[in-house]
Design a protein around this ligand. Structure first.
Ligand code: SER
Length: 881
């Protein structure tokens, strides 16, 4: 066999199966679409599930792909061995009720022996223990000797993934890599755990559907799903030890070693970290390119764990500063020939990853410190399990995903209380769920609409018209298909054609009226039901409606127009954002209804008020330029060539609809729009905020809603003007300015008055105070007097002609103090402020002193203040001559 690069291998496989009549498709996104059973795509067949079950009709009955996959089941072992990884590509050929075992087996053999030229005597086959048919094909048709075929049980030769979906018995091809890879045990054979017999191709005869409750039912059609790990195959063809030695993966591994200044293969601990980063950086680069953002839920959480784990292993290697960015470049370079979008999205991917890297860097040191302290506590107390609450705190406050905490604990010989952690998580989740509210019927997996013939689809007429005549083809309630619905009831109507837009791409569903000869139904919502069916949620308001009746469909035109204004404005907004902020801006979500636009997008810092004003002005400029809004349906490649913006990770068909506002905005979009930008009227941004790390939200209004907003503001201004007795609200600013001015003046005179009152009070106190040997004495504890007032008090005393001493204990500040001031006449009589406070404070255990006319001292025990002050006269007497 000949050394072959990973990229060339992929191409050779796909070409081979194209020659067998398979439709070659690019890898689907890593994010499953309309599939709750999986967090991420784990196999080539996963995005094609509806074709296996027959729920949807495939573009061709035989297909071939090279699919990006992520499996996290073994994440803990990634790095520790050279066998484990999370990210890989899977080569697959698939038949949906078309070819079956005969062809699948023969073609696999042909590819392996004729194209890859693997020596036949080193190939072994496993078949499911009950599958005589497969064994017969391998032996009799293909010619594999019986001593190269083994039968295995369900554990090894039955394939299924996730909680439900298509599955079946399988047959695997193994390659004998030779004794040097073996364990040397006498019973070492195919299926042994060692590295000698490498399983590299799995042929699944997909005949069953697994259900969530663990039961199986036969599928209506017999299918083929074959999967071969591309990296693994490359390792075999390149005769290297592991996937980390395969050309395109090794390039990343080498880059990491260069940054870290280490050599792969020299030190086990370092190799672990190098492998973790090599694997994870590939995974997160592709996740980012498929639109996943690090978060605390679902796929976003997988991504967060992978990024943070990589960052931590970077620290273990002693890499200083941010390093993910450099590595992304190598991942992109090694993969761009197949995934050309990587280059386009390069800046964006770097932003997403460095943003997360930065966030984690901010807390990692504090988190590590906390964890080290906790570990030290455990060592001291002999505990071996870290409390769930601590694990939760590490994750919630310091961003340590549980597996990272677990990994660090394990390194030191401890474990984590995962149950306790889960409990804390559950409490948080429940709170979040309650805050969000319940989900609706259409979101459930199995719906009543599955009972309608799968070929039946609804044509959407609503791009051209808002009313049409048709038929009530199906009528349903939440549980079953029905034939009649009466006034007062709610129901769903499905029909072969409708002008009602079903909620999609963030645009809400249409509302309106459906009438028949016998009744009238108010449409309160329109949603996409399964496989091309559109379901109108209705409330029957008059008479009754029956299945099969002729019906008239009438969309609420005013509402539809308001929605169109907001939808077109959302497109203009995205274009303006990219114009002002940069090309890293991508839509992350939107809600377009009759009231407003809510647009979420990737951007990594707050938008300045100037930028916001610029964005708003640009959108309004495009509105006032009266630009026609046009739509075209194009083959996807042509649309991409035009530079139309697609949604990250969205699965598009062969042709796409492109909505353009001249060349300012071009987007893939199925929504309903204005015909001219000017119909939007005016565009006004209401708010800009951050909703998640790296995601910002703008809310805005258009058309009549702007008018509503202006009217509301006007009402408020008029009401304010009225309060201030102004005829013209324009005078408000002047009036407010003069009121503030007046207010300030009033404040000043109030202060002066207060000072005057204080003065006369001071005089009063002096009048009435006691005398010790001809010196007036004021001594008191004042709970609302503190450092800020001492100097003022001091100068009032010092300006007096007569001999006066003031000693106060001020306790307003955190540290209470004695303060003492004496007039010159008192000093002349022998009084010394410094000495006085020194002696008095000593009674409380405090210390201090100062000049003869002014001094301060600390108070030791505040409980002793009264007692200390009571000594004033006695101490003074000692001073006075
Ligand atoms: N689904 C099977 C696997 O993942 C074959 O593609 O191995």
């Amino acid at each position: 066999m000949e050394w072959t690069g990973l990229n060339e291998l992929r191409d050779s496989y796909l070409k081979f199966f194209e020659s067998k009549g398979c439709l070659r498709k690019k890898s689907y996104s890593l994010v499953p679409q309309n599939d709750n059973s999986l967090l991420l795509i784990v196999a080539g067949m996963a995005p094609l599930k509806p074709y296996f079950t027959g729920q949807e009709v495939p573009p061709r009955a035989r297909m071939t792909t090279c699919q990006k996959c992520i499996r996290t089941g073994d994440i803990e072992n990634v790095g520790k061995t050279a066998r484990h990884g999370t990210y890989f590509e899977m080569l697959g050929n698939f038949s949906f009720g078309d070819y079956f075992k005969d062809e699948a087996i023969a073609w696999a053999w042909e590819y392996v022996t004729q194209v890859l030229k693997l020596p036949e005597d080193r190939l072994y086959i496993s078949v499911y223990e009950e599958d005589d048919e497969a064994e017969k094909i391998w032996h009799e048709k293909v010619g594999v000797p019986m001593d190269h075929i083994v039968r295995m049980g369900k554990e090894d030769n039955f394939w299924e993934a996730g909680t439900d979906g298509p599955c079946g018995p399988c047959s695997e091809i193994y390659f004998d890599r030779g004794e040097k890879y073996g364990c040397g045990k006498p019973d070492c054979k195919v299926g042994c755990d060692c590295d000698r017999y490498m399983e590299f191709w799995n042929l699944v005869f997909t005949q069953f559907e697994r259900h969530e409750d663990g039961t199986y039912t036969p599928l209506a059609q017999k299918n083929i799903d074959t999967g071969m790990g591309l990296e693994r195959l490359a390792a075999l063809m390149q005769d290297v030890n592991s996937i980390f030695d395969v050309d395109t993966v090794k390039a990343i591994r080498d880059h990491i070693c260069k940054i870290a200044g280490c050599t792969y293969g020299e030190e086990y601990k370092k190799d672990v970290s190098v492998r973790v980063i090599t694997d994870h950086i590939r995974a997160v680069t592709f996740l980012a390119s498929d639109g996943v953002l690090p978060s605390n839920e679902g796929a976003g959480y997988v991504m967060r764990r992978l990024v943070r784990r990589a960052v931590r292993h970077g620290k273990l290697l002693g890499i200083e500063g941010m390093f993910l960015k450099d590595l992304v470049k190598t991942v992109v370079d090694c993969n761009k020939c197949e995934y050309n979008e990587l280059e386009e999205k390069y800046d964006y991917i770097v932003k997403v990853l460095t943003n997360e890297e930065m966030n984690f860097n901010r807390t990692i040191d504090r988190g590590m410190k906390l964890l080290e302290d906790l570990i030290a506590d455990m060592q001291a107390s002999g505990k071996t399990v870290l409390d769930g609450e601590d694990c939760f705190k590490l994750s919630d406050t310091y961003g340590f995903p549980l597996d990272l905490t677990r990994e660090i604990l394990e390194e030191k010989g401890f474990t984590a209380d995962e149950e306790g952690y889960e409990k804390c998580m559950e409490v948080q989740r429940t709170t979040a769920r309650e805050a969000r509210g319940g989900s609706k019927y259409m979101g459930a997996d199995e719906t009543v609409f599955h009972r309608i013939d799968k070929e039946f689809a609804s044509e959407f007429l609503g791009y051209e018209t808002l009313s049409s005549d048709g038929k009530i083809d199906f009528l349903a309630n939440d549980d079953e298909l029905i034939t009649r619905a009466e006034a007062g009831q709610t129901a769903y109507i499905v029909s072969a054609a409708t002008p009602f837009y079903a909620e999609s791409g963030g645009q809400v569903g249409d509302t309106g009226i459906i009438t028949t000869d016998t009744g009238k139904a108010e449409v309160t919502d329109t949603q996409k039901a399964v496989a091309g069916k559109i379901a109108h949620t209705v409330k029957i308001t008059e008479g009754y409606i029956e299945q099969g009746q002729a019906a008239h469909f009438e969309v609420d035109a005013k509402r539809r127009m308001a929605i169109a204004r907001n939808h077109t404005a959302a497109h203009l907004l995205q274009a303006a954002l990219r114009n002002v902020l940069g090309d890293h801006v991508h839509q992350k979500g939107q809600l377009v209804d009759a009231d407003r636009v809510r647009f979420d997008f990737s951007h990594f810092e707050a938008i300045t008020p100037e930028q916001l004003a610029q964005i708003e002005a640009l959108v309004n400029e495009k509105i006032m330029d009266c630009i026609p809004v046009t739509t075209q349906v194009l083959p996807i490649a042509e649309a991409e060539k035009l530079g139309a913006m697609a949604l990250f990770g969205e699965k598009y068909g062969e042709t796409v609809r492109v909505v353009s506002v001249s060349d300012f905005s071009l987007e893939f979009c199925g929504g309903t729009h204005l015909t001219n930008s000017s119909q939007a009227g005016l565009f006004k941004i209401l708010s800009e905020s951050s909703i998640a790390s790296g995601v910002r939200r703008i809310e805005a209004v258009t058309g009549t809603n702007v008018l509503g907003l202006i009217n509301e503001l006007e009402d408020r201004m008029n009401a304010s003007a009225k309060l201030l007795k102004l005829n013209d609200p324009k005078l408000l600013t002047d009036r407010i300015t003069s009121l503030l001015e007046e207010n300030k003046e009033l404040g000043k005179s109030a202060d002066a008055l207060k000072a005057e009152i204080a003065n006369s009070m001071f005089a009063d106190i002096l009048e009435r105070c006691r005398e010790v040997k001809g010196v007036k004495v004021i001594s008191a504890m004042l709970s609302n007097v503190g450092a800020a007032m001492y100097d003022k008090f001091g100068s009032r005393i010092k300006e007096r002609e007569e001999p006066v001493v003031m000693l106060i204990a001020g306790t307003a500040d955190e540290k209470p103090k004695f303060f003492c001031a004496c007039s010159k006449a008192a000093v002349d009589k022998g009084v010394h402020a410094g000495k006085l406070v020194k002696e008095i404070s000593a009674f409380t255990g405090g210390k201090g002193g100062g000049r003869p006319d002014q001094a301060m001292a600390g108070i030791g025990d505040p409980a002793m203040i009264d007692e200390a002050l009571a000594k004033t006269d006695e101490v003074l007497e000692g001073f006075i001559k």
